[in-house]
Design a protein around this ligand. Structure first.
Ligand SMILES: *Cc1c(COP(=O)(O)O)cnc(C)c1O
Length: 349
């Protein structure tokens, strides 16, 4: 048995997957009478279950071979699928470093899988356990690293990722949802060196397609083939696939949008930093800024009343707010509204 096969839930190793009409015939035909589709209209046919055209375009874009790619209905689907594929309910565990993206733990709990929550240090870098038992424990199946991390915005140090890849016996899932806003390179370039590496990316953030639901996993071919076996047959709709393909034809626009967001991030960082009520701002490699603000509860409510919604992050602290980078006009409105808040507060006394 290969190392990957040993990690798969035992009952799934023997699973005979559902064979869809498009699995049994994937060529071109003149008359399709094999999938109980309605012969009339648009979107009346089932989509390509393996999204081959989209994978080809993505491969041209990011250099990852198509056989190392898996596409999900958002990366949230892939997180769930990874847990269901590798974690035996009631027995196996996932590992996360908090504060981080909430879906790892929620997905685990939905699947009756416990999440071991370890802490990030004061620089928001994972504090790796020294105990060899942690690294050797065969029930610790998936270790999630989020880089750049949501909600803290920082990238995880290369040495920390390397240590996890070298020591952890299960799969290291590196969530790069915000990688396009960071200076560092994607770990997807290093799949050949690490058969236990799964890189997650998404078209929801930098590509501006949160509404289309297109999530990506880059991994060893064996991991990809297990995910393909266990996914719902037509998990990514034709509408999703078309939206993604269209976006990839407009690479110049995507690059331009990312550049604007980065420019706005720098401006917003400076302007938020200059406000009296800002106690701390954390540097960001992502399209949001995390900060600690005096009277955050009151400020949050004040902004909301004026139609501006930011995110409270109580997992970081009572006074922590996470602000996504908007358009220039939106960011200006945010700063103006906070300034009014400060002025109104100071005249109350
Ligand atoms: C937004 C986000 C996702 C969600 O991606 P979808 O593809 O929209 O499901 C995944 N991981 C992190 C860290 C995120 O912040």
């Amino acid at each position: 048995m290969t190392r990957i096969e040993q990690l798969i839930r035992p009952e799934l190793r023997r699973l005979k997957p559902y064979s869809s009409a498009r699995d049994e015939f994937s060529g071109k035909a003149e008359v399709y009478l094999d999938a109980n589709e309605n012969p009339n209209g648009n979107y009346n046919r089932y989509p390509d279950p393996f999204q081959n055209e989209l994978k080809k375009e993505l491969s041209l874009y990011n250099g990852v071979p198509t056989e190392n790619m898996f596409i999900g209905n958002g990366s949230d689907e892939i997180i769930d699928l990874l847990i269901r594929t590798f974690c035996q309910p009631g027995q196996d565990k996932i590992v996360t470093f908090v504060p981080t993206y909430g879906m790892y733990k929620v997905s685990a709990e939905i699947n009756a899988v416990d999440a071991i929550e370890l802490n990030l240090d004061e620089n928001f870098q994972p504090k790796l356990p020294q105990d060899p038992c942690f690294w050797e424990n065969p029930t610790n199946k998936l270790l999630f690293l989020c880089s750049p991390n949501n909600p803290t915005g920082n990238s995880i140090g290369e040495n920390i990722v390397l240590e996890c890849l070298n020591r952890f016996k299960g799969l290291v899932v590196l969530d790069e949802a915000y990688i396009q806003f960071a200076l560092g390179e994607s770990w997807s370039k290093r799949l050949v060196d690490f058969p236990n590496l799964v890189v997650l990316q998404t078209m929801s953030k930098a590509f501006g397609l949160a509404g289309a639901r297109v999530g990506l996993a880059f991994a060893n071919v064996e991991v990809v083939s297990w995910l393909n076996k266990l996914k719902p047959p037509y998990n990514v709709s034709e509408l999703n696939q078309k939206a993604a393909l269209e976006k990839l034809k407009n690479k110049v626009q995507v690059i331009d949008e990312i550049a604007k967001i980065l420019e706005q991030r720098a401006i917003l960082f400076e302007e938020l930093g200059a406000l009296e009520l800002t106690q701390k701002l954390y540097p960001s490699d992502a399209n949001f800024i995390l900060g600690i603000f005096e009277d955050a509860t009151e400020l949050y409510a004040y902004l909301l009343e004026r139609g501006i919604v930011v995110r409270r992050r109580k997992d970081v602290g009572e006074n922590a707010l996470r602000v996504s980078i908007g358009t220039e006009a939106e960011n200006k409105k945010l700063i103006q509204t906070i300034k009014t808040f400060i002025r109104e507060k100071s005249t109350v006394y």
